[in-house]
Structure formats: C-alpha cells, structure tokens
Design a protein around this ligand. Sequence first.
Ligand SMILES: Nc1ncnc2c1ncn2[C@@H]1O[C@H](COP(=O)(O)OP(=O)(O)OP(=O)(O)O)[C@@H](O)[C@H]1O
Ligand SMILES: [Mg+2]
Length: 384
Amino acid sequence: MRVILYTGKGGVGKTSIAAATAIKCAELGYKTLLASADSAHSLGDSLDMALSSEPGLVLDNLYAQEIDATHELRKLWGTVKSYLTDILPKRYVNDISADELLVFPGLEELLNLSKMFNYYNNSDYDLIVIDCAPTGETLAMLSIPEMLCWWLDRIIEVRSTAVIVAGRISELPKTALRIINDMERVCRYLEKMRQVLTNRDSTSIRIVTNPERMAVMETRRSFSYLSMCDFSVDAIMVNKVIPDAVTDNYFRNWRDIQKACIEMISESFEPVPIYHAPWFDTETVGIDMHRRMAAELFRDEDPADIKCNIRTYEVVKSTSGYTLCVYLPFADVNDLSIDQKGDDIIVRSGGMTRSFLLPKLLAGMSVSGVKYEEDRLRVGFIRG
Ligand SMILES: Nc1ncnc2c1ncn2[C@@H]1O[C@H](COP(=O)(O)OP(=O)(O)OP(=O)(O)O)[C@@H](O)[C@H]1O
Ligand SMILES: [Mg+2]
C-alpha cells in the first residue's frame, strides 16, 4: 500500500495536483482513494462533482471522499459519550454535542489521520492520495501522533507511579483503571500511526509550490521541518510556471522572478526530484484538465513510484551538540566552500551551489566543525 500526501502554501495547487496524481494512477491500474483532509474542502469543486464523507466511485479504479471530522466523531459519539459519563457528571455530558467536542485542539486532525490509517490497515486500496490543508495545519496533523503519545505516556507514568505509591491498585476506581488501560492502547495505536507516516517505503510527502519567493521560502521551511521529523519528502511539485510561449510584455518581469525562483528551488532541494506544471490558460477543474496536468507533471513516469528514498537532510544528536548531515553526492572535497548567512547555509563545490535552511533547533548555535564523508556533508553545532 502506498500513501502520498500533498501539502504546501495556500492556493499553490495542492488539490489540483493531488487529483491529477490520483487520476493518472487509477488509469495505470492502481485501485486509488483520493481523500481530502482539508476541512475547507474543495476537492469536489476541483473534480467538478459532489463528493461525500465516504468514498464514492469517480472513475474506474478511482474513489474520492472529503473526510469529515464531524461525521467521524458522530459515528464514535456513543463510545466517547460513555467515557465522558464515567468522568463527568451526566448533566454536563448530556449538554455536549459531538460537534462541540471538535473544538479540542488536534482532535479534528487526529480523526482525519485515523480515517486514513484505517484504510491503510484494511488494505482496501493500492494507493491513497491525500489532499492536505495548507502547510501549518498539515504539520500540526502529522505531529499529532507523536505529541499525543508523549503526553499520554507521561500521564500513564504518573498514574502508575501513584498506584504503586498508594499500593492499593484494587481500590482504584474501576473507571480509572479502564482509562489507564485504554490510554495505553491509544498510545500503541498512535505509535503505529507514526510508524506508517514515517515509513519511507510506503509513505511520501510531496510539497507543492509556485515559483514565487514567498512560496519557495515556505517550502524550504516545511522541507526542513519534515526532514527533521523523519518524514520522507520524495518530490517537490512546482506549479503555475509561465510557459515559454507567453511573450507578453506584462509577464516579462514575472518570468524573470519565476526563473530565479526555479533556480533557488533546484539549489535548495536537489537531489529530491522536482516536477513542473505550466500555468494553464484555464482553471484546473474537471477530469480532463487533471489528466492534462498529470501528463505535464509526470510525462511517462508512474506517479505512484517512490521518487526519492534518501535521507537528504537530517539532524542527529552528538555528544557535544548536534550534527547536520546533508546528502551531497559528487561534491568536490578539494573545492568545497561553506558560508552561513543568517539561517542559511550555502555550500559551493565546483560549479554546484546548494543552500539549506537551518532548522530552528540549530539557529543561534555555533559551528564546531565540518566534515565530508560517505557523500554527506556533516556540520557540527554546539551551544554558545
Ligand atoms: N497549473 C495551473 N494552471 C491554472 N490554474 C491552476 C493551476 N493549478 C491550480 N490552478 C487553479 O488555482 C486555484 C487554486 O488551486 P488549488 O485549489 O488546487 O490550490 P490549493 O493549494 O489546493 O488551494 P487551498 O490552499 O485553498 O486548498 C484553483 O482555481 C485552480 O483551478
Ligand atoms: Mg486545496
């Protein structure tokens, strides 16, 4: 089973590219689910058809749905309510509705993820393509399993210690014991979810961007964050590139801006493959437009393939601080220069230039040493 998530800045073309990918994959013979995990759903508008909160057949081999957290919570409401009744007075519980519970931070993202995880576990499809919300919300969604697990682990630890100290496990109210056991179960579930999300052989994240400075800067930040958290970014999708055939004077400056940004994208992400789609002369709405988009993006390639499975960028803890490891094959060791400009590290070797955004964790730390071995540049950082 393959899972591909598309994320990126608002309006860059995530929904369009997710739909284009899914249509091409379905036509290649993969049983594909195209799911929108963005609560501001526009997948139905993009495909030009009404979608529901359960998968519906769109084309041969292609199912689509707009995941609706409220609908998911309503389905679980009976169980959740019986929990709440155990820990809260009944009159409060009766006053709460399923929809109101969604105000809990992270609950909506968790429900979206668990829906995807269930499809993954049931192996209903060969491929799941997920149209995610703009970057910030997607990063929050992807970090939910780890963050919740961390909290639950701490709570379980504190509760278990309290039980041992009190030495009266049998006297503990039945409800409290049930909650501890269930928390442990939820923790294991979240851990498995995180394993699926970070499994480089099944799950890829693709960042969609436009050749514009603000979009590229955001792409660099998300790439650095996702790589640090061990998610596999296997491709960068550059959308809305002005075609060469456009020679109108009005767009001349725009073309220069786009050219500079496309160069910056190569310097920032290679060897992660970069795909380009032109700015079409019309909106990308309907199956035929998405077919056109997929043909421009992937040409003869299979979009479901893992496009890159190298840890291109990672931060590892060392005895004295951290080491930033960057995959830089073919660098000429005898002609390697490294500059730091603010949070940017710029590496030049021979005719090649690469630039990396330092993750927040390392910003403000000092470089303690640089080494190049096994195709990787290793930059040591220490505090102070
Ligand atoms: N290559 C393209 N050529 C022309 N129009 C495009 C192209 N890509 C996307 N569009 C149009 O741009 C708009 C935004 O695209 P889309 O909805 O796919 O972006 P998004 O990143 O999913 O946005 P949101 O952040 O709001 O979810 C849509 O009207 C779409 O039809
Ligand atoms: Mg969208």
